[in-house]
Design a binder for this molecule. Structure first.
Ligand code: HEC
Length: 159
């Protein structure tokens, strides 16, 4: 039974090995457990709906909420209009038709996390290359981003 005295010496390296492995597991790989990743290293959700605080589909009524539209329009005029037109390119892309080719979650994540989107998302990377200015985070809260989406949806319906 002399090999018993080696057991403590064997256990230590094994414990070390496991704890090192645990360190390597950042939150990206935890997210990978939840969903298949795509080529860009993003989850399917991130690829379609953007990277940022909005991590699941939000519920949106078909009917437009006019109160939310007014709130969104006010924020838009204060914080977005200096760089965006509804029709035609300015510092940034035109936004009048953005709801036709992006999901509400994507637009919200772009507003809430513009630097992350241009760094890590293929669409954001492409836009940055094209416009060569980084959209700054405008200190917009999640409910305000939601209101801007309503304003953009309303615009699209009426134009
Ligand atoms: C300083 C200029 C600037 C301001 C202010 C700004 N943006 Fe942008 N925006 C850009 C640029 C430039 C891009 C293209 C991506 C890039 O280069 O960062 C962009 C991209 C976007 C996109 C992605 C468009 C697409 O086709 O997917 C959305 C949505 C957007 N902006 C919405 C907003 C909203 C809403 C606000 C106000 C809260 C705002 N932006 C404020 C410059 C700006």
């Amino acid at each position: 039974m002399t090999f018993l005295k080696y057991i403590p010496k064997l256990i230590l390296p094994i414990v070390l090995l496991f704890s090192l492995q645990a360190c390597g597991e950042d939150d990206r790989s935890q997210r990978d457990d939840q969903e298949e990743t795509t080529e860009a290293g993003l989850t399917e959700f991130e690829l379609e709906h953007g990277i940022g605080p909005v991590t699941e589909r939000i519920e949106i009524d078909d009917e437009i909420d006019q109160e939310l539209v007014t709130k969104g329009r006010n924020i838009y005029e204060m914080k977005c209009e200096m760089c965006h037109n509804m029709e035609g390119r300015m510092v940034g892309p035109q936004l009048g038709d953005v709801m036709e080719h992006r999901s509400p979650e994507f637009v919200m994540n772009f507003i809430l996390n513009p630097s992350g989107m241009t760094r890590e998302h293929p669409v954001g990377q492409e836009l940055l290359q094209e416009y060569m200015t980084s959209m700054p985070f405008q200190n917009v809260k999640e409910d305000e981003a939601r209101a801007i989406v309503e304003f953009l949806r309303d615009y699209k319906r009426n134009n």
